[in-house]
Design a protein around this ligand. Structure first.
Ligand code: TYM
Length: 327
């Protein structure tokens, strides 16, 4: 069975951009692939975190994985730091990655812009991500558009390793959806919806109350025209709302555009709010029904399963790079 790996950072609030761009795919893939889904807490440390908050957010993310419909009998859900091989392989990969390659990463440029002190971890972040993926000999990586460049680098690193040390890693392919790969901010639809945006109205969180969801959608920035049509260049706000509607209902985007043609923005927003609230209420109910002990048990078992696979790959890598194995 082909393997799938993906990760989400347990920082901030998980929003519908994360869900529609990546996590929804995880659920769809679980029946046909051997899947590993990770809460990447080591990646979270690349920017300052409050330790107590990080712990809570990590468990919250794991619970959300379950609440959206991932079945721990079918997939492996675990915390990155519970499998030490991730950090270890990241170091080995850093030694075959070039400074210039990491310097070209747009996410690093965006996240470090204007900051006085930037951690080295933020710079080498893509190597840890490559380690996550390559440890599991992953074939497919479901992610949003913003991870494309990191995936390209992962492929380059895998190929370079294989060329230098002999066939070892599967060269992974990104799985990026045509629709939903880049859900835009509700307050500035020229920017992507983001956990780190200081304005909480830019995003709808999976755990937002219905009244909050409604308020955020009704206030979403559109444009000064009145016509509803899909036009990302001139009407990014409306196009974003139509896209979210299509993804939450499963209706084709053209069907959605026809449904709302000739109607006002108010109607589109009102109906969209209902659709989003309906879907998120189900996820929220599942989330509330989960006990902390159960989530921790899933994570413990997940780490054991992940560890077994990761250790095997790491051993092979060390052997090939000329490190002496202990046993
Ligand atoms: P993170 O935590 O920023 O985001 C988690 C996933 O959500 C996607 N995403 C979006 N998709 C559509 N529209 C948006 N506005 C939007 N915002 C975020 C992201 O593309 C991602 O798929 N580096 C990764 C985490 C990671 C990882 C990995 C992913 C670490 N190791 C290995 C895949 C494989 C990140 O920061 O995602």
């Amino acid at each position: 069975m082909k393997r799938v790996f993906s990760g989400v950072q347990p920082t901030g609030d998980i929003h519908i951009g994360n869900y529609l761009g990546a996590m929804r795919q995880f659920v769809a893939l679980q029946d046909d692939y051997e899947c590993f889904f990770c809460a990447v807490d080591l990646h979270a440390l690349t920017v300052p975190q409050d330790p107590k908050v990080l712990k809570e957010k990590t468990i919250e993310l794991a619970a959300l994985y379950l609440a959206i419909g991932l079945d721990p009998k079918k997939v492996t859900i675990f915390i990155q730091s519970h499998v030490p091989a991730h950090a270890e392989l990241a170091w080995l990969l850093q030694c075959i990655t070039y400074f210039g390659e990491l310097s070209r990463m747009t996410q690093f440029k965006d996240k470090s812009k204007g900051k006085e002190s930037v951690s080295v971890g933020l710079f080498t972040y893509p190597d840890l991500m490559a380690a996550d993926i390559l440890l599991y000999n992953t074939h497919y990586v479901p992610v949003g558009e913003d991870q494309k460049q990191h995936l390209e680098l992962t492929r380059d690193i895998a190929q370079r390793f294989n060329n230098r040390f002999g066939e070892t890693f599967v060269v992974p392919e990104p799985m990026i959806l045509k629709l939903g790969a880049r859900i835009m901010s509700l307050t500035d639809p020229t920017k992507k919806m983001s956990k780190s945006d200081s304005d909480p109205n830019n995003r709808i969180n999976l755990l937002d109350e219905p009244s909050v969801i409604k308020k955020k959608i009704m206030r979403a920035v559109t444009d000064s025209e009145t016509e509803i049509r899909l036009d990302w260049e001139n009407k990014p706000g409306v196009s974003n709302l139509l896209t979210i509607y299509s993804l939450f209902t499963g209706m084709e985007i053209e069907e959605v555009v026809n449904k709302f043609k000739g109607q006002g923005y108010g109607t589109l927003k009102k109906e969209l709010a209902e659709v989003v609230i309906d879907k998120l209420t189900v996820i929220q109910k599942n989330y509330k029904d989960l006990s902390r002990d159960y989530v921790l048990k899933v994570l413990k078992e997940g780490a054991e399963r992940a560890q077994a696979v990761a250790e095997k790959t790491l051993k092979e890598v060390k052997e090939k790079m000329g490190l002496i194995l202990k046993d």
